[in-house]
Design a protein around this ligand. Structure first.
Ligand code: FES
Ligand code: FE
Length: 382
């Protein structure tokens, strides 16, 4: 390094050349106080994509998910609606369900003193409380969490007054694709899960968002992806030009690990979208990847400053999944991309407490849009 260009001293930050922007400082990725603020002011206030609706087909099926500091119980009620509650018994606060997923017949019973709640969250039985006349069943029901279903997923909001779903979640998709209708052709809500892989990533959730937002790393770490999408080798974050989908290479037949033919094309995908890949970041914790024959849908669950669980779903036409078609080559491409990306995130996470990164690093021009994400984080956590 030549002196005076990229010094990591505080004084050096002022000398950043015009072409560079600063990143967040290292402690943003390790400090429990920052993570606490993010839990409170980002994950517990906005819309959080929690559950694939098709995973809850029968009334009484449930999943528990971690959103910020809260465990949330998500289930399907008898009415067919998806409902979500804080996973806390109203009697003395016992965790109601400790399993990640399961199924009850008609109610949730607390294992401690057996207070029992309907699938609608109402308190329906409590031992030794006589005829239950003394207690307001609604008042002592489970605390409800707002639910909105979109793209086949249940998005939850813990805030009492949720922000507009249209102005946040749908706006992120619109900002990327140019129009809210552009995602319609993919009929994401009607697709069926072909494969799910979970990744337990030893990195802060923001590392994973930042990585997904740039393609500066593509030429270095994604040999298979850059074969299929040659423009990614140029390092430009093509996915951040509004409406721009990266085009498949000349000899590439499909979005597969070896560029061989993919599966049946989704019928609503129009000619402009054919042979193109679109990547969308929905803040704070979703990535959606659209290709002509399938959709790759990532949900992140931040568990600690240095640990994030990522659930990645590969979604196809139901008839493709039901036919037992071979989806391995199609899954393998993004599975490798995920492994390559998460290895890189873990490699960076190791250094976040180093004195070398105390003032952070730099964003080159093709990464400048990551600075907007940093501003968004700073604005939320104050
Ligand atoms: Fe749940 Fe007592 S804590 S019934
Ligand atoms: Fe990548």
């Amino acid at each position: 390094m030549t002196t005076g260009e990229l010094s990591t001293s505080t004084a050096g930050r002022a000398r950043l050349p015009e072409s560079l922007r600063e990143t967040l400082a290292g402690h943003y990725y390790t400090d429990p106080a920052i993570f606490h603020a993010e839990q409170e002011r980002i994950f517990e206030t906005g819309w959080f994509c929690a559950v694939h609706s098709a995973d809850l087909t029968r009334p009484g099926q449930f999943e528990t998910v971690q959103i910020g500091r809260e465990s949330v119980l998500v289930t399907r009620a008898r009415s067919g609606e998806i409902k979500a509650y804080l996973n806390v018994c109203r009697h003395r606060g016992a965790r109601l369900c400790t399993e990640d997923e399961g199924e009850v017949r008609r109610s949730f019973q607390c294992p401690y003193h057996a207070w029992t709640y309907s699938l609608d969250g109402k308190l329906i039985a409590a031992p030794n409380l006589g005829a239950m006349d003394d207690i307001d069943r609604d008042e002592y029901g489970l605390h409800q969490v707002h639910v909105r279903e979109w793209l086949g997923y249940a998005w939850l909001c813990l805030a009492e007054q949720p922000p507009s779903f249209e102005d946040t979640v749908i706006q992120d998709v619109t900002d990327r694709l140019g129009t809210p209708d552009a995602i319609v052709g993919y009929q994401v809500a009607d697709l069926k899960l072909g494969r799910r892989i979970e990744y337990d990533v030893k990195a802060n959730w923001k590392q994973i968002v930042e990585n997904f937002m740039e393609c500066y790393h593509c030429a270095t770490i994604h040999p298979e992806l850059t074969e299929v999408l040659p423009e990614f080798a140029d390092g430009l974050a093509a996915q951040y030009f509004v409406g721009h989908g990266a085009e498949f290479g000349a000899g590439v037949e499909g979005f597969t690990v070896d560029g061989s033919a993919g599966l049946e094309k989704l019928p609503g995908v129009d000619e402009d979208q054919d042979r193109r890949y679109y990547a969308i970041t929905v803040r704070p914790q979703v990535f959606i990847n659209l290709v002509p024959d399938h959709v790759v849908f990532h949900r992140m669950f931040p568990l600690a400053p240095d640990r994030t669980l990522v659930r990645c779903d590969w979604l196809y036409l139901p008839e493709v999944v039901d036919s037992g078609a071979d989806i391995d080559r199609s899954v393998e491409l993004f599975h490798r991309v995920n492994q390559q990306d998460f290895d890189a995130c873990e490699r960076c996470q190791l250094a976040m407490d180093s004195r070398s990164y105390r003032d952070g690093g730099v964003l080159v021009p093709s990464e400048h849009h990551i600075g907007d994400f940093h501003d968004w984080v700073r604005k939320h956590i104050g």
